[in-house]
Write a protein that binds this ligand. Structure first.
Ligand SMILES: CC(C)(COP(=O)(O)OP(=O)(O)OC[C@H]1O[C@@H](n2cnc3c(N)ncnc32)[C@H](O)[C@@H]1OP(=O)(O)O)[C@@H](O)C(=O)NCCC(=O)NCCS
Length: 221
């Protein structure tokens, strides 16, 4: 399970579909065709990017040595055009990953799930804009966004599982030179709850996979 958010209003995101070198480097021939035909080229580019990243995060959790080369990941949408809510499949070196996307003029958010890893109904996810109320003009730092995503994910897991607040933490270790997926710890002990974090521009996002416990509340989308 993986998730990825892209802030479409950042300088780096706006107009990126016109960067031919980037497009050729990151996207396969069929993805490039899709982009060329799109009515929303920037949103389409970042939707495909987010899908690849979410798929990579889902795959690298199970296969840590899997290739991270973008050309080995290909997004195929289920629908024509780019509906605000759409879905598709990313083919990866380790097999297909199903993805679901939502986008608007501000952001793209993608969730990726390997069929054998769990059910969509057990996936909880949210996108936050931590500084929107207090300082909408200031873009938060990556560190702030990372902390916001962790805190929100931990709080959501507590709510979901019925555990008391403060017992759950989201931590990350490094496997040799490569970055590793975050893990959920309950009272300092690693728990088998797959969790994914993402942050970009103004947004922080999380997703985790856990069946709802009876008596606890569901949340988010
Ligand atoms: C590691 C990687 C997936 C992070 O993605 P990103 O878009 O740069 O950044 P995001 O904000 O979306 O995600 C960052 C979070 O991913 C998580 N992460 C890091 N390594 C990870 C891994 N191997 N697997 C899953 N999640 C990982 C971390 O929790 C991190 O947040 P944190 O630093 O606050 O703990 C990305 O840098 C990478 O190496 N990608 C490989 C290239 C690739 O995606 N190829 C295929 C498709 S293009």
């Amino acid at each position: 399970m993986g998730n990825d958010v892209v802030d479409l209003r950042t300088d780096g995101a706006c107009g990126k579909s016109r960067d031919r070198r980037f497009v050729r480097r990151v996207f396969t021939a069929s993805e490039q065709n899709r982009l060329a035909e799109s009515q929303y080229p920037d949103a389409c580019l970042w939707a495909m990017w987010a899908a690849k990243e979410a798929a990579y995060k889902a795959v690298s959790r199970i296969f840590p040595d899997s290739s991270a080369w973008p050309g080995r990941y290909e997004m195929v949408f289920d629908q024509p055009g780019l509906p605000r809510d759409c879905a598709g499949t990313v083919s990866t070196p380790e097999g297909p990953v199903r993805v679901r996307l939502h986008w608007d003029e501000n952001r793209v958010h993608c969730l990726g799930l390997i069929d054998s890893a769990g059910l969509w109904q057990d996936l909880t996810a949210d996108v936050l804009e931590p500084c929107a109320d207090a300082h909408p003009e200031i873009q938060p730092s990556a560190k702030q966004l990372s902390a916001a995503a962790r805190i929100a994910a931990a709080a959501a897991i507590c709510l979901h599982t019925g555990l008391p607040h403060g017992l759950v933490s989201i931590e990350r270790t490094r496997v040799s030179q490569r970055s590793a997926p975050p893990v959920v710890k309950i009272n300092g002990i690693e728990e088998k709850i797959p969790v994914s974090l993402s942050h970009h521009g103004r947004f922080a996002a999380f997703a985790f996979l856990a069946p709802l416990q009876s008596g606890s509340a569901a949340m988010c989308s």
